[in-house]
Ligand binder design. Structure first.
Ligand SMILES: [Zn+2]
Ligand SMILES: [Zn+2]
Length: 186
């Protein structure tokens, strides 16, 4: 996927949460699949620049057209598919494990659907906000901390999604490590 298009869409979600302009809101879709379809169309419109985007959503975003084109291309997608398939073929000890391959290949969509649908419907809140965001899991290893979605809507720029003692965000130490190794800055 194009990181730029994804980032714009994500900024729109924060600005328009639970309104008609939200790129993915369970409030404006009848079921999870129609929400995913709407998300897909928004992403594609932003990527192809057929949807007009306010300047505040593109501000300070890197614009790397060659990389964006490559990331969104059929060729790069095919390489990912072949790579993941090879890992399955090499390591799968029984055939039924191959049933999980489609889930791995569509992980972006799965992950997005779980957070964008369920974490705006079920869970508990730490912060009273004017939106439906909730913390879906009490301890979130499965979604790598992203399901502390109520925390994330309250502190969108925080690199640690966990706020209470039991809310472990497994990606947070990785970000710290990458920053410590001077690979990233925050
Ligand atoms: Zn949200
Ligand atoms: Zn966010």
């Amino acid at each position: 996927m194009s990181p730029r298009a994804y980032a714009i869409m994500h900024r729109m979600h924060h600005a328009y949460t639970d309104t008609e302009k939200d790129p993915h809101s369970p409030k404006f879709s009848n079921n999870i699949f129609s929400m995913m379809w709407r998300t897909r169309n928004m992403y594609s419109g932003i990527y192809k620049r057929t949807i007009e985007v306010e300047e505040r959503f593109t501000k300070n975003l890197p614009d790397w057209p060659v990389f964006e084109k490559w990331a969104n291309s059929t060729v790069s997608r095919t390489i990912w598919v072949l790579g993941y398939s090879a890992i399955f073929v090499y390591f799968a000890s029984t055939l039924w494990l191959l049933l999980l391959l489609p889930v791995v290949l569509a992980m972006g969509a799965f992950h997005g659907a779980i957070i964008n649908w369920f974490a705006h419907k079920y869970g508990y809140i730490n912060f009273r906000l004017r939106n439906t965001s909730q913390n879906l899991l009490y301890i979130d290893i499965l979604m790598l901390g992203e399901s502390y979605h109520n925390n994330h809507h309250k502190h969108p720029s925080s690199i640690n999604f966990g706020k209470r003692w039991h809310e472990i965000d497994p990606v947070y130490p990785i970000i710290r490590l990458l920053a410590w190794s001077r690979i990233i800055k925050f």
